[in-house]
Design a protein around this ligand. Structure first.
Ligand code: DSN
Length: 442
């Protein structure tokens, strides 16, 4: 135990003395951290709580009212109430009819949707991993790619990030996918949900949006909500821009019915189909400590100040992109409309993404190497780096601080073989970072 405690202390120190630039990471509040480490971790709660007679708008009543439990184990009076709170808050955040808060991760959430709606061999049209899509959108190394048939769309022009919607439509008409999947993990523009939905309707596909990266921007009002364009399902993680615990979430439109009875496979039954596909379809017991932490994070995201946070994330990213370009970084899609930046460091400075990641890490700024679209280099030594502003913005950094961050990154790349210079830069980053306490230290 003492070794682990030591490592926790060391990680706290690393986080305090550096800045997190990885766009899929964030720093959670004390409340989220406490719920994550609470005694809910001890509880088995297979099954779902029901809302019988309760509205999703009255947290006070949800927190107080104990209903007969429908789970497979006893002792659920608190787990039922905490899961109901998480569900109700998630629905309010995204304008969903139903939420499944049990997926252990974004990957589990996506698997549950595929399993709920498709048969082995059915086709999904998703964004190419190499053009910004995600592993779970059909990378050949995944289990899903061995069960389902993935076809792809990508960017038409990587200098602007424009998606090739004509190609998307052509592929959709030819392949008749059961699901059209909008979403990405390394793309810095905004998808045209209206166009995607129109294509989906033409071929009768389920419209699914994997919003893991931009979920916080959607609830903060900075990005469009796919539900407003007729999407049927949104999956997301809860720990990126949404700033909750590490986990997954599935939001649906449709009729919620008893998960113990198999409903017909229709669009309106999607909420129940997905509940059944999550448990018992693809998961066992939910992580109740994480569900409690999700409930805390969702309440934080419902507060008006979360809108200010989301706005600042985007402002910071735009400014950081500008400052990086001034220093010679070549950016994929020429800039950003969200929280994320993808830079081709090979083209910019003749340096690989891996070397850049190591040098920048060396001075206390964490980001990740990343493939650029149609990267000629292999995934472990790609041409690019990926970074973003969700975590820095939580620490309290504003637009003018982005100039410093961009300069430090460039200086680290330039000094990548100069240990003395890297050590000097590390001290500067440390001094700066300590001025911005972690939320859990405030
Ligand atoms: N690994 C996540 C990311 O960094 O984007 C996606 O799951």
């Amino acid at each position: 135990m003492s070794e682990v405690q030591d490592l926790i202390k060391q990680e706290e120190q690393r986080q305090r003395e550096g800045m997190e630039l990885i766009p899929s990471e964030n720093y959670v509040s004390k409340g989220v951290l406490e719920a994550s480490g609470s005694v809910f971790t001890d509880k088995y709660s297979e099954g779902y709580p029901s809302f019988k007679g309760l509205t999703k708008w009255d947290d006070k009543r949800i927190a107080e009212e104990v209903l007969p439990s429908k789970r497979y184990y006893g002792g659920q009076e608190n787990t039922d109430r905490v899961e109901r709170l998480a569900i109700a808050r998630a629905c309010r955040l995204f304008g969903a009819d139903h939420a499944n808060v049990q997926p252990h991760s974004g990957a589990q959430a996506n698997m549950a949707v595929y399993y709920a709606w498709m048969e082995p061999g059915d086709t999904i049209l998703g964004m190419d991993l190499g053009h910004g899509g995600h592993l779970t959108h059909g990378a050949p190394v995944t289990q899903a790619a061995n069960v389902y048939n993935f076809v792809r769309y990508g960017q038409k022009d990587i200098t602007t990030g424009e998606i090739d919607y004509e190609e998307m439509e052509r592929v959709a008409l030819k392949e008749k996918p059961k699901i059209i999947l909008a979403g990405h993990s390394a793309y810095s523009r905004i998808l045209d949900y209206e166009k995607i939905a129109a294509i989906g309707r033409k071929v009768g596909a389920l419209l699914m949006a994997d919003m893991a990266h931009v979920a916080g921007l959607i609830v903060g009002g900075e990005h469009p909500n796919p539900f407003d364009y007729g999407f049927h399902v949104i999956t997301t993680t809860t720990h990126k821009t949404l700033r909750g615990p590490r986990g997954g979430l599935i939001l649906t439109k449709g009729i919620v019915s008893n998960p113990l009875k198999a409903p017909e496979k229709t669009l309106e039954n999607i909420p129940t189909l997905i509940d059944r596909a999550t448990f018992p379809g693809t998961q066992g017991g939910p992580l109740m400590q994480t569900i409690a932490a999700k409930a805390v994070a969702f309440e934080e995201a419902l507060r008006p100040e979360f809108k200010d946070y989301a706005k600042q994330v985007v402002k910071n990213a735009r400014r950081l992109a500008d400052e990086m370009q001034k220093l010679g970084f070549v950016l994929i899609s020429g800039g950003t409309d969200n929280h994320l930046i993808l830079a081709d460091v090979m083209k910019s400075f003749g340096v690989g993404g891996r070397e850049a990641e190591i040098a920048i890490d060396e001075i206390g700024l964490s980001l990740n190497k990343n493939a650029i679209p149609d990267d000629p280099l292999p995934p472990f030594k790609p041409s690019g780096i990926r970074l973003g502003t969700p975590a820095m913005t939580t620490r309290g950094l504003k637009e003018d601080d982005m100039e410093k961050i961009a300069k430090w990154m460039k200086a680290a790349i330039d000094a990548r073989e100069d240990e003395k210079e890297l050590a000097k830069l590390r001290e500067e980053v440390k001094e700066f970072s300590l001025e911005f306490p972690l939320p859990s230290d405030r």
